[in-house]
Design a protein around this ligand. Structure first.
Ligand code: S3P
Length: 417
């Protein structure tokens, strides 16, 4: 690392990895310690569902201890399980529950009740699962049924759906193969391997043989998606930033790769730790230039696109972000809410066919009240926009950051005020 003085920042633990660690630990043989877990609304929803299935989870000072019940040890829950507003909880739990020999109901609240579930019930049904939805929406009624391994081709690039199929595959008779259109985050595959599952990955296809898991302690790295607003804020305010202990899984690096294409100088040091690589990123101020992003790059930066749009406004030239339609199905219709956020900040942008188009440089003026639409990623992007606009703007519904990053505003203030 260079000797330039930097603000230093450590992001909170990774939410996506924590969900998976909790679920796999619950069905492994033996007790797993999850060090540095993400504690936020979404991961607490996963923990609450597992507790209702009879899993003991002890919350210690800096770790969670999960007493695994083995593949067949979960108990029929006394009532419906709530995923809260967590899409990852809903979809991964559905995969897990599909292979049990009891019935369950998975429900949720708010935006989660409007998010598409057919993408999930279709592949699981192809494995023999009996799941009924409300016209493609939650609540889901799952009747425990024997599953058969299948060769699945997923039409929607979604790590949540892929993970659900793999979890169901642990209970299937025969092997399950899942082929995706584009590579999505592979935390489930890495953790399955870590917990002793028989899994092989070749290109876009993952093959899993059913079988038991054994406890595997894990330390959760920092969340690159939570670090992203800090990177954007540093770049837009011409500061250096040193990010420590951040997860650097190759399937999550789209934002960093795009920044490099936009002319940003990043120094990245990766420690090839297992199951997840971790490291340090140093960000240096740069003159940004417009960039074109192809649809197959989107999954690797799916949660960073609102921030990217903001950066594109400050970049010289045209930025085209292609293949963003999946954003319609996040906590909000994030195409609509990103465009609205940009408009409120005084930025002109458009959406054509499946692309977001922003031509810069434009001044981030701000001054108009911003609504988050209860979407944590919009709230964080709004905080970055407000910082640059330098005008006191009310962000309506900012507390939704507790979904993934409860300390976001406190950390942001520490670093940027
Ligand atoms: C996630 C996958 C992504 C992402 C979400 C977390 C996961 O969703 O947007 O925040 O934990 O697997 P999709 O798989 O629906 O794209």
């Amino acid at each position: 690392m260079e000797n330039t003085p930097s603000n230093s920042y450590t992001p909170p633990p990774d939410k996506a990895i924590t969900h998976r660690a909790l679920i796999l630990a619950a069905i492994a043989d033996g007790t797993t310690s999850i060090f540095n877990p993400s504690i936020c609304e979404d991961t607490l929803a996963t923990a609450a569902c597992l507790k209702k299935l009879g899993v003991k989870i002890n919350f210690l000072k800096k770790s969670l201890q999960v007493e695994g019940l083995g593949l067949k040890g979960l108990k029929e829950p006394a009532g419906p399980l709530s995923a809260g507003e967590s899409g990852t909880t809903m979809r991964l739990m559905a995969g897990l529950l599909a292979g049990q020999d009891f019935n369950s109901v998975l429900t949720g609240r708010g935006s989660l009740l409007k998010r598409p579930m057919a993408r999930l019930t279709e592949p699981l049904s192809a494995m023999g699962a009996r799941i009924s939805s409300q016209n493609g929406l939650a609540p889901l009624k799952i009747s425990g049924a024997p599953l058969t391994g299948a060769r699945l081709k997923l039409s929607v690039p979604s790590a949540q759906v892929k993970s659900a199929a793999l979890l169901a595959g642990l209970y299937a008779d025969g092997r399950t193969s899942v082929t995706e259109r584009f590579k999505t985050r592979d935390h489930t595959e890495r953790l399955l391997k870590h917990f002793g599952a028989k899994i092989t990955i070749s290109g876009l296809t993952t093959i899993l043989k059913p079988g038991p898991l054994s406890a595997g302690h894990i330390t959760i790295p920092g969340d690159i998606s939570s670090a992203a607003p800090f990177i954007a804020a540093a770049l837009l305010s011409d500061r250096t930033l040193l990010i420590k202990n951040v997860g650097l899984n190759p399937s999550r690096l789209g934002f960093l790769k795009t920044l490099k294409k936009m002319g940003v100088r990043l120094k990245i040091k990766i420690k090839k730790t297992r199951p997840e690589p971790v490291g340090v990123i140093q960000v240096f101020p740069a003159r940004l230039k417009g960039v074109k992003i192809a649809p197959d790059e989107i999954p690797s930066m799916i949660d960073e696109l609102a921030l990217l749009a903001l950066l594109a406004a400050s970049a010289e030239g045209k930025t085209i972000i292609q293949g963003v339609t999946e954003l319609r199905h996040k906590e909000s219709d994030r195409i609509k809410t990103t465009l609205l956020l940009l408009e409120r900040l005084g930025i002109k942008a458009s959406f054509k066919t499946d692309s977001l188009i922003i031509t810069g440089p434009q001044q981030i003026r701000g001054g108009k009240p911003i609504e988050t639409f209860n979407d944590h990623r919009i709230a964080m992007a709004a905080a970055v926009g407000n910082l640059i606009a330098g005008k006191p703007v009310i962000t309506k519904g900012a507390s939704c950051v507790r979904k993934s990053y409860p300390a976001f505003f406190a950390d942001f203030k520490k670093n940027f005020h």
